[in-house]
Design a protein around this ligand. Sequence first.
Ligand SMILES: [Zn+2]
Length: 300
Amino acid sequence: MVTAFLVVGSCLLSCRNNSPSDLPSFSGQRSFEYLQKQVSFGPRVPGTDNGAICRKYFREFLGNLGARIDMVSFLHIDKITGKEIPMINIIAHFRGKDANANTYLFAAHYDSRPRAEYDPDSTKRNMPIDGANDGASGIAVLMELANLISVKPPRANIDFALLDGEDWGLPGDHDEYFLGSKEFIKRSIKEKYKFVIVIDMIGDSDLKIYREEYSSRYSLELTNLIWNKAKKLGVNAFVDSIGYAILDDHISFMTIGLPSAVIIDFNYPYWHTTSDTPDKCSPKSLEAVGRVLTAIIYEL
Ligand SMILES: [Zn+2]
């Protein structure tokens, strides 16, 4: 699997340069409210009512901004229980100003984990998590980006994928993770997108985002674009060295040869615990990531 990843485009970008003052202003506060709202529905575990209510909220939000929306349903058969778990990816399409421009994908998962296996309190380890950072933070940034591009469309076409089933499996059982992105790559998307940026766990109040190893190794041009942009904007939460190797939805896109990178701060003490709640996250952190992505989107 690994060597197949070397097929990476060499011409991702046309590199327009906007000065920061030309860019729409990404509101960390508004994005944080979207994070709180998601958590207010309760854990968004696949197949639950909470998940369905949250999806309705996303659909209305994105539809009101003028996106064309695909709700893509699929069934996952859980390896252990044999139960069929209904899952749904939400894909929102925003047309750019130039009909002939390329299309780029920004993705995050909205499901939250059905169990808190690393909770310090062993009696809570079978409880579902709120996933304020692990789940809601990435979507909260996509939602604010959607606000910006609905008001001021960029040149390129931008799609957002709100993916289900990223965090389903038991630790180490990789077949049971990244289910939404594994489903999405079956839909002939390699020709459609020029690259994919995945964001996950980017709300931590103590934000430090290192380069992720697989992203740097197999999608170096895209990874350079992100970290160079952060440097140029003076967003110090992005640290320009490799900090960890993470399996996340970006790996699914890599398996079909799409340049793909994940933006993630994996040093989060509340990971997969019932303490992954909004008070551990901050508007400032969402804004740091949002500013970098805004600058990238408007130069595509
Ligand atoms: Zn997780």
